[in-house]
Ligand binder design. Sequence first.
Ligand SMILES: Cc1cc2nc3c(=O)[nH]c(=O)nc-3n(C[C@H](O)[C@H](O)[C@H](O)COP(=O)(O)O)c2cc1C
Length: 362
Amino acid sequence: MSHYPHLMQSLQLGDITAENRVLMAPLTRTRASGDIANELMAEHYAQRASSGLLIAEATAVMANCAAFLNGPGIYSPEHVDGWKKVTDAVHAKGGKIFLQIWHGGRACHPDLNNGVTPVAASPLAITNDEVHTSDGKKAYTVPNALTSDGIAEIVAGFKQGAVYAKQAGFDGVEVHAANGYLLDNFLRDGSNQRDDRYGGSVENRARLLFEVLDAVVDVWGAGRVGVRTSPLNSFNSMHDSDPIGLTKYLAERFNDYHLAYWHLMRSDFLQQQTGDVISPARALYRGNLIANMGYTADEAEEAIASGKVDAVAFGVPYIANPDLVERLASNTPLNSADPDTFYLGEAKGYTDYPFINQTVDQ
Ligand SMILES: Cc1cc2nc3c(=O)[nH]c(=O)nc-3n(C[C@H](O)[C@H](O)[C@H](O)COP(=O)(O)O)c2cc1C
């Protein structure tokens, strides 16, 4: 008998069945060739194919909206060919994989985007961090506020990205509305100071997210679309005056969509904002709730057993443990992750973490 019977239970996520509830959180690892997914990434994801669902890293749906060097895109046939290597490798191992579709918003420095000034809800720069460029770390720039034509282009960009993700063989997509990137930048009132129909009330701030969801659901069907939010995360200079109110509003609206899941980040990378967003989400949302951030397997097991959430996505544990499912099932100790190799750009720290009973060559 497994030590984690609830984590090991299967779960129907919309149109797909996850074989277990040990999901892999999206993890940017900056290993693409330029912005094309490659064999190394295929190996990395295929190594983790026993996860109930792999959620592949933040992937740009349009040109000039990247926030990381060597982060992947999904806006051309070449991107589709690159990602096809990944989805084929994962499927060959019996895994399931969604793509996290993304626009980096004001985190897109001109140096990473052909000199193009980033766009956001309002002309407010990120001030609590710096961006990595090929010339080293730099301050973020002040973005241009999106015009209404610009907003229509964003919605069209997400739709096209969703079409390409389908062509690339993914099982579904996760709309990235977390961590201060474009959609989250509109959602929260600390970064959205617009006075048009995309700013002000929570309904207005959420309008862009729902336009994007409508467009993406149109491509995929709701049962293959998830959404990720992070109402408390202050990463990328984010803040909201009422994160619980935002969570409740989204819960009610998501109910109408019958999505595969809602992926909710429960806390703050920078530990400045606190609160419980999981309980109100659970109380109001009728679909699958996936929680993330700082869960141990014990806590995840308890959270699922007690009905607080339906599944847990693991981030850093998946960096270091390709066979996280088998390790948990057999109560085998976990490898620990080396943060120095998170964004290294090569195989080291990416595809060389040992499986159970495998010795490490170093
Ligand atoms: C190296 C690294 C890359 C990440 N990349 C992404 C990303 O592409 N998209 C995203 O939504 N979150 C990203 N995150 C956040 C993780 O998905 C996750 O929320 C975070 O690691 C907390 O979960 P954990 O405590 O299980 O690690 C990243 C985190 C790390 C450490």
